[in-house]
Unconditional design. Structure first.
Ligand SMILES: [Zn+2]
Lengths: 284, 282
Protein backbone atom coordinates (compact mmCIF):
# COMPACT_ATOMS: atom_id res chain seq x y z
CA UNK A 1 0.00 0.00 0.00
CA UNK A 2 2.94 2.39 -0.11
CA UNK A 3 3.00 3.35 -3.73
CA UNK A 4 -0.64 3.73 -4.34
CA UNK A 5 -2.39 6.82 -3.19
CA UNK A 6 -0.38 9.13 -5.34
CA UNK A 7 -0.14 7.07 -8.47
CA UNK A 8 -3.83 7.84 -8.54
CA UNK A 9 -2.87 11.40 -9.28
CA UNK A 10 -0.52 10.64 -12.14
CA UNK A 11 -3.15 8.40 -13.73
CA UNK A 12 -2.73 6.79 -17.10
CA UNK A 13 -5.06 6.43 -20.05
CA UNK A 14 -7.23 3.38 -20.21
CA UNK A 15 -6.56 3.08 -23.94
CA UNK A 16 -7.99 -0.08 -25.42
CA UNK A 17 -8.33 -1.81 -22.06
CA UNK A 18 -11.72 -3.43 -21.58
CA UNK A 19 -14.00 -1.80 -19.03
CA UNK A 20 -14.80 -4.05 -16.10
CA UNK A 21 -17.71 -4.09 -13.68
CA UNK A 22 -15.39 -3.17 -10.83
CA UNK A 23 -14.08 -0.21 -12.79
CA UNK A 24 -17.63 1.04 -13.44
CA UNK A 25 -18.18 0.89 -9.68
CA UNK A 26 -14.93 2.78 -9.11
CA UNK A 27 -16.12 5.56 -11.39
CA UNK A 28 -19.46 5.64 -9.57
CA UNK A 29 -17.66 5.83 -6.23
CA UNK A 30 -15.65 8.77 -7.57
CA UNK A 31 -18.57 10.48 -9.30
CA UNK A 32 -18.25 14.26 -8.82
CA UNK A 33 -21.99 14.58 -8.04
CA UNK A 34 -21.85 11.91 -5.37
CA UNK A 35 -22.69 13.31 -1.93
CA UNK A 36 -19.43 13.72 -0.05
CA UNK A 37 -19.01 12.90 3.66
CA UNK A 38 -19.73 16.44 4.83
CA UNK A 39 -22.91 16.63 2.76
CA UNK A 40 -24.09 13.37 4.28
CA UNK A 41 -23.27 14.67 7.75
CA UNK A 42 -25.20 17.90 7.09
CA UNK A 43 -28.25 15.98 5.91
CA UNK A 44 -28.27 13.18 8.48
CA UNK A 45 -27.37 15.12 11.63
CA UNK A 46 -28.61 18.37 13.09
CA UNK A 47 -26.76 21.08 14.99
CA UNK A 48 -23.33 20.13 13.64
CA UNK A 49 -20.85 22.17 15.59
CA UNK A 50 -17.33 21.81 14.26
CA UNK A 51 -14.31 21.43 16.48
CA UNK A 52 -10.88 22.21 15.10
CA UNK A 53 -7.22 21.41 15.49
CA UNK A 54 -4.95 18.63 16.68
CA UNK A 55 -3.41 20.71 19.53
CA UNK A 56 0.04 19.95 18.17
CA UNK A 57 0.52 21.33 14.70
CA UNK A 58 -2.57 22.69 12.99
CA UNK A 59 -6.08 22.24 11.71
CA UNK A 60 -6.30 19.95 8.70
CA UNK A 61 -8.77 21.35 6.13
CA UNK A 62 -9.19 17.82 4.74
CA UNK A 63 -10.83 16.52 7.94
CA UNK A 64 -13.93 17.73 9.76
CA UNK A 65 -15.07 16.71 13.24
CA UNK A 66 -17.99 18.04 15.19
CA UNK A 67 -20.56 17.60 17.89
CA UNK A 68 -23.88 16.78 16.31
CA UNK A 69 -27.33 15.40 17.04
CA UNK A 70 -28.53 12.16 15.55
CA UNK A 71 -32.32 12.01 15.89
CA UNK A 72 -31.93 14.14 18.96
CA UNK A 73 -29.07 12.17 20.51
CA UNK A 74 -25.65 13.79 21.11
CA UNK A 75 -22.95 12.17 18.95
CA UNK A 76 -19.58 12.91 17.37
CA UNK A 77 -19.54 13.06 13.57
CA UNK A 78 -16.29 12.86 11.64
CA UNK A 79 -15.67 12.93 7.91
CA UNK A 80 -13.00 13.88 5.47
CA UNK A 81 -13.57 16.90 3.23
CA UNK A 82 -13.02 16.87 -0.52
CA UNK A 83 -14.54 19.96 -2.09
CA UNK A 84 -16.32 20.27 -5.46
CA UNK A 85 -14.76 23.32 -7.08
CA UNK A 86 -11.12 23.32 -8.11
CA UNK A 87 -10.34 25.93 -5.48
CA UNK A 88 -12.05 23.90 -2.74
CA UNK A 89 -10.37 20.70 -3.90
CA UNK A 90 -6.97 22.30 -3.57
CA UNK A 91 -7.87 23.72 -0.16
CA UNK A 92 -9.03 20.28 0.97
CA UNK A 93 -5.94 18.63 -0.53
CA UNK A 94 -8.24 16.48 -2.72
CA UNK A 95 -9.62 14.87 0.40
CA UNK A 96 -6.29 13.40 1.49
CA UNK A 97 -5.72 14.07 5.20
CA UNK A 98 -2.39 14.94 6.75
CA UNK A 99 -1.20 13.57 10.11
CA UNK A 100 -2.84 16.49 11.91
CA UNK A 101 -6.15 15.45 10.34
CA UNK A 102 -5.93 11.96 11.80
CA UNK A 103 -4.78 13.39 15.13
CA UNK A 104 -7.68 15.82 15.17
CA UNK A 105 -10.07 12.96 14.46
CA UNK A 106 -8.63 10.93 17.31
CA UNK A 107 -8.84 13.90 19.63
CA UNK A 108 -12.52 14.27 18.73
CA UNK A 109 -13.07 10.56 19.35
CA UNK A 110 -11.47 10.79 22.78
CA UNK A 111 -13.77 13.69 23.65
CA UNK A 112 -16.75 11.58 22.60
CA UNK A 113 -15.45 8.70 24.71
CA UNK A 114 -15.11 10.90 27.77
CA UNK A 115 -18.72 12.00 27.48
CA UNK A 116 -20.07 8.61 26.45
CA UNK A 117 -21.22 9.71 22.99
CA UNK A 118 -21.33 7.42 19.98
CA UNK A 119 -19.00 8.16 17.07
CA UNK A 120 -19.90 8.17 13.39
CA UNK A 121 -17.23 8.42 10.72
CA UNK A 122 -17.76 8.95 6.98
CA UNK A 123 -14.95 8.12 4.61
CA UNK A 124 -14.37 9.02 0.99
CA UNK A 125 -10.69 9.43 0.24
CA UNK A 126 -8.06 8.13 -2.14
CA UNK A 127 -5.62 7.73 0.69
CA UNK A 128 -3.68 9.56 3.35
CA UNK A 129 -1.61 12.39 1.91
CA UNK A 130 1.68 11.03 0.54
CA UNK A 131 3.78 14.16 0.94
CA UNK A 132 7.12 15.27 2.25
CA UNK A 133 5.67 17.28 5.12
CA UNK A 134 3.25 14.48 5.96
CA UNK A 135 6.20 12.14 6.37
CA UNK A 136 8.08 14.65 8.50
CA UNK A 137 5.12 14.97 10.82
CA UNK A 138 4.60 11.23 11.09
CA UNK A 139 1.79 10.14 8.77
CA UNK A 140 2.52 6.51 9.63
CA UNK A 141 2.47 7.19 13.37
CA UNK A 142 -0.78 9.12 13.15
CA UNK A 143 -2.53 6.34 11.26
CA UNK A 144 -1.08 3.60 13.46
CA UNK A 145 -2.21 5.35 16.62
CA UNK A 146 -5.75 5.77 15.29
CA UNK A 147 -5.94 2.07 14.45
CA UNK A 148 -4.95 1.07 17.96
CA UNK A 149 -6.97 3.69 19.82
CA UNK A 150 -10.15 3.18 17.80
CA UNK A 151 -9.98 -0.52 18.59
CA UNK A 152 -10.40 0.18 22.30
CA UNK A 153 -12.75 3.16 22.39
CA UNK A 154 -15.37 2.67 25.10
CA UNK A 155 -18.28 4.03 23.07
CA UNK A 156 -20.22 2.71 20.06
CA UNK A 157 -18.46 3.42 16.77
CA UNK A 158 -19.95 3.21 13.29
CA UNK A 159 -17.82 3.87 10.20
CA UNK A 160 -19.22 4.23 6.69
CA UNK A 161 -17.19 4.03 3.49
CA UNK A 162 -19.26 6.38 1.37
CA UNK A 163 -17.13 6.63 -1.78
CA UNK A 164 -13.50 5.59 -2.00
CA UNK A 165 -12.09 3.68 0.91
CA UNK A 166 -8.43 4.24 0.13
CA UNK A 167 -6.18 1.92 2.10
CA UNK A 168 -4.63 2.82 5.48
CA UNK A 169 -5.84 6.39 5.22
CA UNK A 170 -9.43 5.10 5.21
CA UNK A 171 -8.87 2.36 7.77
CA UNK A 172 -7.53 4.98 10.20
CA UNK A 173 -11.17 6.08 10.58
CA UNK A 174 -12.73 2.65 10.21
CA UNK A 175 -11.67 0.37 13.07
CA UNK A 176 -15.23 0.43 14.33
CA UNK A 177 -17.94 -1.75 15.90
CA UNK A 178 -19.78 -1.57 12.62
CA UNK A 179 -18.16 -0.84 9.29
CA UNK A 180 -20.67 -0.09 6.53
CA UNK A 181 -20.09 0.38 2.87
CA UNK A 182 -22.44 2.19 0.54
CA UNK A 183 -23.48 0.06 -2.39
CA UNK A 184 -21.43 1.94 -4.98
CA UNK A 185 -18.43 2.57 -2.76
CA UNK A 186 -15.11 0.78 -3.17
CA UNK A 187 -12.69 -0.30 -0.45
CA UNK A 188 -9.17 -1.22 -1.43
CA UNK A 189 -5.64 -1.72 -0.24
CA UNK A 190 -4.38 0.22 -3.26
CA UNK A 191 -5.87 2.44 -5.96
CA UNK A 192 -6.47 0.49 -9.20
CA UNK A 193 -4.21 2.88 -11.16
CA UNK A 194 -1.33 2.33 -8.75
CA UNK A 195 -1.89 -1.43 -8.74
CA UNK A 196 -1.83 -1.36 -12.55
CA UNK A 197 1.41 0.56 -12.67
CA UNK A 198 3.11 -1.69 -10.14
CA UNK A 199 1.85 -5.12 -11.20
CA UNK A 200 1.38 -4.58 -14.94
CA UNK A 201 3.78 -1.62 -15.17
CA UNK A 202 0.93 0.28 -16.78
CA UNK A 203 -1.50 2.58 -14.96
CA UNK A 204 -3.83 2.09 -17.93
CA UNK A 205 -4.51 -1.41 -16.65
CA UNK A 206 -6.66 0.17 -13.93
CA UNK A 207 -9.89 -1.50 -15.04
CA UNK A 208 -8.29 -4.91 -14.94
CA UNK A 209 -6.62 -4.10 -11.61
CA UNK A 210 -9.94 -2.94 -10.13
CA UNK A 211 -11.47 -6.29 -11.08
CA UNK A 212 -8.53 -8.30 -9.73
CA UNK A 213 -8.49 -6.42 -6.42
CA UNK A 214 -12.17 -7.21 -5.66
CA UNK A 215 -12.97 -3.79 -4.29
CA UNK A 216 -16.74 -3.56 -4.75
CA UNK A 217 -19.11 -3.57 -1.79
CA UNK A 218 -20.37 -6.98 -2.85
CA UNK A 219 -16.88 -8.51 -2.90
CA UNK A 220 -15.62 -6.78 0.22
CA UNK A 221 -18.68 -7.80 2.20
CA UNK A 222 -18.45 -11.36 0.89
CA UNK A 223 -14.89 -11.49 2.26
CA UNK A 224 -16.23 -10.33 5.61
CA UNK A 225 -14.18 -7.16 5.62
CA UNK A 226 -17.22 -4.92 6.19
CA UNK A 227 -20.28 -5.63 8.31
CA UNK A 228 -23.08 -4.31 6.11
CA UNK A 229 -23.78 -2.78 2.72
CA UNK A 230 -26.05 0.27 2.48
CA UNK A 231 -28.27 0.15 -0.61
CA UNK A 232 -28.40 3.19 -2.88
CA UNK A 233 -31.31 4.51 -4.96
CA UNK A 234 -31.59 3.27 -8.52
CA UNK A 235 -28.75 4.75 -10.59
CA UNK A 236 -26.66 5.59 -7.53
CA UNK A 237 -26.39 8.22 -4.81
CA UNK A 238 -25.37 10.91 -7.30
CA UNK A 239 -28.79 10.90 -9.01
CA UNK A 240 -30.79 10.95 -5.75
CA UNK A 241 -28.85 12.28 -2.78
CA UNK A 242 -31.93 12.56 -0.57
CA UNK A 243 -32.89 8.96 -1.28
CA UNK A 244 -29.34 7.82 -0.50
CA UNK A 245 -29.36 9.76 2.74
CA UNK A 246 -32.64 8.13 3.83
CA UNK A 247 -31.28 4.64 3.20
CA UNK A 248 -28.04 5.41 5.02
CA UNK A 249 -29.83 7.06 7.92
CA UNK A 250 -32.02 3.97 8.40
CA UNK A 251 -28.95 1.70 8.51
CA UNK A 252 -27.13 3.96 10.95
CA UNK A 253 -30.15 4.00 13.26
CA UNK A 254 -30.48 0.26 13.12
CA UNK A 255 -26.83 -0.42 13.88
CA UNK A 256 -26.67 2.12 16.66
CA UNK A 257 -29.73 0.63 18.36
CA UNK A 258 -28.14 -2.82 18.12
CA UNK A 259 -24.95 -1.56 19.75
CA UNK A 260 -26.98 0.31 22.35
CA UNK A 261 -28.73 -2.91 23.31
CA UNK A 262 -25.42 -4.54 24.27
CA UNK A 263 -23.62 -4.15 27.58
CA UNK A 264 -20.52 -1.98 26.96
CA UNK A 265 -17.99 -4.69 27.80
CA UNK A 266 -19.69 -7.12 25.47
CA UNK A 267 -19.70 -4.55 22.67
CA UNK A 268 -15.96 -3.94 23.06
CA UNK A 269 -15.20 -7.65 23.32
CA UNK A 270 -17.15 -8.29 20.14
CA UNK A 271 -15.30 -5.53 18.34
CA UNK A 272 -11.94 -6.94 19.43
CA UNK A 273 -12.94 -10.44 18.45
CA UNK A 274 -14.21 -9.29 15.05
CA UNK A 275 -10.85 -7.75 14.18
CA UNK A 276 -8.89 -10.63 15.69
CA UNK A 277 -10.72 -13.05 13.42
CA UNK A 278 -11.08 -10.90 10.32
CA UNK A 279 -9.87 -12.03 6.88
CA UNK A 280 -8.62 -15.49 7.84
CA UNK A 281 -7.57 -16.59 4.40
CA UNK A 282 -5.02 -19.21 5.29
CA UNK A 283 -4.67 -22.90 6.00
CA UNK A 284 -2.83 -24.49 8.88
CA UNK B 1 41.82 -10.26 8.54
CA UNK B 2 44.96 -9.60 6.57
CA UNK B 3 42.87 -9.06 3.46
CA UNK B 4 41.84 -5.64 4.62
CA UNK B 5 45.34 -4.49 5.44
CA UNK B 6 46.09 -4.43 1.73
CA UNK B 7 45.81 -1.15 -0.12
CA UNK B 8 42.16 -0.53 -1.07
CA UNK B 9 42.86 -0.16 -4.78
CA UNK B 10 44.38 -3.59 -4.99
CA UNK B 11 41.20 -5.13 -3.71
CA UNK B 12 39.10 -2.99 -6.03
CA UNK B 13 41.15 -4.08 -9.02
CA UNK B 14 40.99 -7.79 -8.29
CA UNK B 15 37.59 -8.09 -6.82
CA UNK B 16 35.30 -8.09 -9.83
CA UNK B 17 37.05 -11.14 -11.24
CA UNK B 18 36.95 -12.85 -7.87
CA UNK B 19 33.20 -12.34 -7.58
CA UNK B 20 32.74 -14.33 -10.71
CA UNK B 21 35.45 -16.88 -10.13
CA UNK B 22 35.29 -17.52 -6.41
CA UNK B 23 32.12 -15.80 -5.18
CA UNK B 24 33.94 -14.86 -2.00
CA UNK B 25 33.59 -11.12 -2.45
CA UNK B 26 30.52 -8.97 -2.27
CA UNK B 27 30.18 -5.38 -3.37
CA UNK B 28 28.96 -3.26 -0.46
CA UNK B 29 25.77 -1.29 -1.16
CA UNK B 30 27.08 1.44 1.12
CA UNK B 31 30.67 2.17 0.11
CA UNK B 32 30.84 0.27 -3.16
CA UNK B 33 33.96 -1.56 -2.04
CA UNK B 34 34.36 -5.29 -2.19
CA UNK B 35 34.07 -7.05 1.11
CA UNK B 36 35.20 -10.54 1.97
CA UNK B 37 31.95 -12.46 2.38
CA UNK B 38 32.91 -14.52 5.45
CA UNK B 39 33.82 -11.26 7.19
CA UNK B 40 30.49 -9.75 6.28
CA UNK B 41 28.75 -12.86 7.57
CA UNK B 42 30.72 -12.81 10.83
CA UNK B 43 29.81 -9.16 11.25
CA UNK B 44 26.02 -9.81 10.92
CA UNK B 45 26.03 -8.42 7.34
CA UNK B 46 27.32 -5.05 8.49
CA UNK B 47 30.11 -3.71 6.26
CA UNK B 48 33.37 -3.63 8.27
CA UNK B 49 34.54 -0.67 6.18
CA UNK B 50 31.60 1.72 6.13
CA UNK B 51 29.17 0.23 8.68
CA UNK B 52 26.43 -0.15 6.04
CA UNK B 53 23.74 -2.52 7.32
CA UNK B 54 22.91 -5.10 4.69
CA UNK B 55 19.78 -7.16 4.96
CA UNK B 56 19.68 -10.07 7.37
CA UNK B 57 17.41 -13.07 6.76
CA UNK B 58 14.68 -13.63 9.34
CA UNK B 59 16.41 -16.76 10.57
CA UNK B 60 19.78 -15.07 10.98
CA UNK B 61 18.05 -12.21 12.77
CA UNK B 62 16.55 -14.60 15.28
CA UNK B 63 19.96 -16.26 15.73
CA UNK B 64 21.45 -12.84 16.40
CA UNK B 65 18.94 -11.95 19.11
CA UNK B 66 17.94 -15.12 20.94
CA UNK B 67 19.93 -17.70 22.84
CA UNK B 68 20.41 -20.86 20.76
CA UNK B 69 17.70 -22.89 22.50
CA UNK B 70 14.84 -20.87 21.02
CA UNK B 71 11.85 -22.51 19.39
CA UNK B 72 10.31 -21.54 16.04
CA UNK B 73 6.51 -21.51 16.22
CA UNK B 74 3.43 -20.83 14.07
CA UNK B 75 5.17 -22.11 10.96
CA UNK B 76 2.28 -23.94 9.35
CA UNK B 77 0.17 -21.04 7.98
CA UNK B 78 -0.21 -20.77 4.20
CA UNK B 79 -2.11 -18.25 2.10
CA UNK B 80 -5.24 -19.47 0.31
CA UNK B 81 -5.01 -16.67 -2.30
CA UNK B 82 -8.41 -15.16 -1.41
CA UNK B 83 -8.73 -13.06 -4.58
CA UNK B 84 -7.43 -15.76 -6.90
CA UNK B 85 -5.17 -12.91 -8.00
CA UNK B 86 -3.48 -12.88 -11.37
CA UNK B 87 -1.49 -9.99 -12.82
CA UNK B 88 1.21 -10.83 -15.34
CA UNK B 89 1.70 -13.97 -13.28
CA UNK B 90 -0.60 -15.83 -10.90
CA UNK B 91 -0.06 -14.92 -7.24
CA UNK B 92 0.03 -18.66 -6.48
CA UNK B 93 3.16 -18.94 -8.61
CA UNK B 94 4.76 -15.99 -6.83
CA UNK B 95 4.02 -17.67 -3.51
CA UNK B 96 5.47 -20.97 -4.63
CA UNK B 97 8.63 -19.29 -5.90
CA UNK B 98 9.06 -17.29 -2.70
CA UNK B 99 8.58 -20.45 -0.62
CA UNK B 100 11.31 -22.22 -2.57
CA UNK B 101 13.66 -19.23 -2.35
CA UNK B 102 13.27 -18.62 1.37
CA UNK B 103 12.30 -22.00 2.77
CA UNK B 104 9.46 -20.22 4.58
CA UNK B 105 5.70 -20.40 4.08
CA UNK B 106 5.36 -16.63 4.19
CA UNK B 107 7.04 -13.40 5.20
CA UNK B 108 7.00 -13.64 8.99
CA UNK B 109 8.66 -16.01 11.42
CA UNK B 110 7.79 -16.36 15.11
CA UNK B 111 10.12 -17.59 17.81
CA UNK B 112 9.95 -17.94 21.57
CA UNK B 113 13.11 -17.97 23.61
CA UNK B 114 15.43 -15.98 25.80
CA UNK B 115 17.05 -12.69 24.97
CA UNK B 116 19.73 -12.09 27.57
CA UNK B 117 17.92 -11.92 30.89
CA UNK B 118 14.41 -12.12 29.42
CA UNK B 119 11.96 -14.65 28.05
CA UNK B 120 10.45 -13.06 24.96
CA UNK B 121 8.18 -13.62 22.00
CA UNK B 122 9.90 -12.53 18.80
CA UNK B 123 8.34 -12.04 15.38
CA UNK B 124 10.63 -11.28 12.46
CA UNK B 125 9.68 -10.32 8.92
CA UNK B 126 11.44 -11.83 5.91
CA UNK B 127 11.94 -9.22 3.22
CA UNK B 128 13.02 -11.83 0.68
CA UNK B 129 9.49 -13.24 0.72
CA UNK B 130 7.58 -10.98 -1.74
CA UNK B 131 9.17 -7.85 -0.31
CA UNK B 132 8.12 -8.72 3.22
CA UNK B 133 4.60 -7.75 2.21
CA UNK B 134 1.84 -8.34 4.74
CA UNK B 135 -1.04 -10.52 3.68
CA UNK B 136 -3.36 -12.68 5.77
CA UNK B 137 -0.61 -15.10 6.82
CA UNK B 138 1.78 -12.40 8.01
CA UNK B 139 -1.10 -10.70 9.81
CA UNK B 140 -2.17 -13.90 11.52
CA UNK B 141 1.41 -14.89 12.36
CA UNK B 142 2.00 -11.58 14.11
CA UNK B 143 -1.43 -11.78 15.77
CA UNK B 144 -0.41 -15.19 17.13
CA UNK B 145 2.81 -13.70 18.45
CA UNK B 146 0.66 -11.15 20.29
CA UNK B 147 -1.58 -13.99 21.58
CA UNK B 148 1.52 -15.81 22.86
CA UNK B 149 2.72 -12.67 24.55
CA UNK B 150 -0.68 -12.22 26.22
CA UNK B 151 -0.91 -15.86 27.28
CA UNK B 152 2.62 -16.06 28.70
CA UNK B 153 2.85 -12.45 29.94
CA UNK B 154 6.12 -12.14 28.07
CA UNK B 155 7.39 -9.12 26.18
CA UNK B 156 6.86 -8.91 22.43
CA UNK B 157 9.50 -7.79 19.96
CA UNK B 158 8.72 -7.39 16.27
CA UNK B 159 11.49 -6.85 13.72
CA UNK B 160 9.92 -5.22 10.67
CA UNK B 161 11.17 -5.27 7.07
CA UNK B 162 8.37 -4.76 4.60
CA UNK B 163 7.09 -2.86 1.62
CA UNK B 164 3.66 -2.73 3.27
CA UNK B 165 0.40 -4.56 2.71
CA UNK B 166 0.36 -7.32 0.10
CA UNK B 167 -1.77 -6.01 -2.73
CA UNK B 168 -2.36 -9.48 -4.17
CA UNK B 169 -4.60 -10.15 -1.16
CA UNK B 170 -6.49 -6.89 -1.62
CA UNK B 171 -8.61 -5.50 1.17
CA UNK B 172 -8.04 -8.68 3.18
CA UNK B 173 -4.42 -7.61 3.59
CA UNK B 174 -5.52 -4.12 4.64
CA UNK B 175 -7.54 -5.72 7.46
CA UNK B 176 -4.33 -7.15 8.92
CA UNK B 177 -3.35 -3.63 10.02
CA UNK B 178 -6.52 -3.48 12.09
CA UNK B 179 -6.10 -7.04 13.37
CA UNK B 180 -2.59 -6.40 14.68
CA UNK B 181 -3.25 -2.90 15.99
CA UNK B 182 -6.29 -4.11 17.94
CA UNK B 183 -4.15 -6.88 19.43
CA UNK B 184 -1.52 -4.36 20.43
CA UNK B 185 -4.22 -2.32 22.19
CA UNK B 186 -4.95 -5.34 24.38
CA UNK B 187 -1.25 -5.92 24.99
CA UNK B 188 -0.90 -2.30 26.03
CA UNK B 189 -3.98 -2.54 28.30
CA UNK B 190 -2.31 -5.47 30.07
CA UNK B 191 0.87 -3.47 30.61
CA UNK B 192 2.99 -5.88 28.60
CA UNK B 193 6.07 -4.56 26.77
CA UNK B 194 6.19 -4.27 23.00
CA UNK B 195 9.27 -3.03 21.17
CA UNK B 196 9.21 -2.33 17.42
CA UNK B 197 12.51 -2.73 15.60
CA UNK B 198 12.45 -1.16 12.15
CA UNK B 199 14.96 -2.36 9.58
CA UNK B 200 15.63 -1.49 5.96
CA UNK B 201 13.15 -0.98 4.43
CA UNK B 202 9.89 -0.58 6.38
CA UNK B 203 7.14 1.31 4.59
CA UNK B 204 3.40 1.48 4.01
CA UNK B 205 0.92 -0.34 6.18
CA UNK B 206 3.59 -1.99 8.29
CA UNK B 207 5.01 1.34 9.41
CA UNK B 208 1.46 2.69 9.70
CA UNK B 209 0.47 -0.03 12.16
CA UNK B 210 2.74 -2.07 14.43
CA UNK B 211 5.89 -0.32 13.15
CA UNK B 212 4.98 2.82 15.04
CA UNK B 213 3.13 1.30 18.01
CA UNK B 214 5.95 0.08 20.21
CA UNK B 215 6.47 1.30 23.74
CA UNK B 216 9.79 1.97 22.07
CA UNK B 217 10.23 2.28 18.32
CA UNK B 218 13.86 1.76 17.39
CA UNK B 219 15.61 1.38 14.06
CA UNK B 220 18.85 0.20 12.54
CA UNK B 221 21.09 2.90 11.04
CA UNK B 222 20.29 4.04 7.52
CA UNK B 223 17.00 2.15 7.20
CA UNK B 224 14.35 3.56 4.89
CA UNK B 225 11.24 4.07 7.02
CA UNK B 226 8.08 5.80 5.96
CA UNK B 227 4.43 5.70 5.07
CA UNK B 228 4.51 6.55 1.36
CA UNK B 229 7.34 5.26 -0.82
CA UNK B 230 9.90 7.86 -1.96
CA UNK B 231 8.90 7.46 -5.62
CA UNK B 232 5.28 8.22 -4.84
CA UNK B 233 6.19 11.30 -2.84
CA UNK B 234 8.44 12.58 -5.64
CA UNK B 235 5.58 12.16 -8.10
CA UNK B 236 3.20 13.98 -5.75
CA UNK B 237 5.38 16.97 -4.94
CA UNK B 238 7.14 16.94 -8.33
CA UNK B 239 10.60 17.51 -6.92
CA UNK B 240 13.59 15.48 -5.78
CA UNK B 241 13.62 14.44 -2.15
CA UNK B 242 16.40 15.76 0.08
CA UNK B 243 19.36 13.51 0.90
CA UNK B 244 18.65 11.23 3.84
CA UNK B 245 14.88 11.75 3.68
CA UNK B 246 12.95 8.93 5.39
CA UNK B 247 16.12 7.36 6.75
CA UNK B 248 16.39 6.31 10.41
CA UNK B 249 18.45 9.37 11.33
CA UNK B 250 15.85 11.65 9.69
CA UNK B 251 13.06 10.01 11.68
CA UNK B 252 15.07 10.30 14.88
CA UNK B 253 15.58 13.99 14.20
CA UNK B 254 11.84 14.44 13.59
CA UNK B 255 10.90 12.75 16.83
CA UNK B 256 9.51 9.54 15.33
CA UNK B 257 12.02 7.11 16.85
CA UNK B 258 13.31 6.48 20.35
CA UNK B 259 16.74 5.40 19.19
CA UNK B 260 18.84 4.36 16.23
CA UNK B 261 20.74 1.27 17.32
CA UNK B 262 23.57 -0.39 15.37
CA UNK B 263 22.99 -4.08 14.74
CA UNK B 264 25.93 -5.12 16.90
CA UNK B 265 24.33 -3.41 19.91
CA UNK B 266 20.72 -4.37 19.24
CA UNK B 267 20.57 -7.36 21.56
CA UNK B 268 22.10 -5.55 24.52
CA UNK B 269 19.85 -2.53 23.89
CA UNK B 270 16.73 -4.72 23.92
CA UNK B 271 17.92 -6.59 27.00
CA UNK B 272 18.44 -3.31 28.83
CA UNK B 273 15.08 -1.89 27.71
CA UNK B 274 13.29 -5.03 28.89
CA UNK B 275 14.95 -4.64 32.32
CA UNK B 276 13.26 -1.27 32.51
CA UNK B 277 9.90 -2.66 31.39
CA UNK B 278 9.82 -5.53 33.85
CA UNK B 279 7.24 -5.16 36.60
CA UNK B 280 9.02 -3.84 39.72
CA UNK B 281 9.80 -6.64 42.18
CA UNK B 282 7.65 -6.51 45.32
ZN1 LIG C 1 30.63 -0.67 2.92
Amino acid sequence: MTDQAAANLEDGHAGAEPVTAAWIKTELARHPQRPYPMELIQRIFTDFSEIHGDRAFGDDPAMACGMARFHGEEVMAIGNLKGHSTKEKVRRNFGMPNPEGYRKALRAMKIAEKFHRPIFTFIDLTGANPGLAAEERGQAEAIARNLREMARLRVPTIATITGEGGSGGALALAVADRVLMMENAVYSVIAPEACGSIMWRDAGKRARAAEALKITSEDVSQMGCVDDVVPEPLGGAHVDAQGAVALLDAKLQWHLSELRAMPLEEMIARRMSKFRNIAQFYTG
Amino acid sequence: MSWFKRPENEIEANAEKRVRTEGLWQKCDGCGQFVFKPDLEANLQVCPKCNHHHRLTARRRIDSLLDPDYELVDLELKSTDPLNFVDIRPYKERLEKARKQTGLNDAALNAVGTLGRHHVVLSVMEFAFIGGSMGCVVGETIARAIDRSLASARPLIIVAASGGARMMEGVASLMQLAKISAGLATLDDRGLPYIAVLTHPTTGGVTASFGMLGDLNIAEPGALIGFAGPRVIEQTIRQKLPEGFQRSEFLLEHGMLDAVVPRAELKSYLDRALDFMQPPSQ
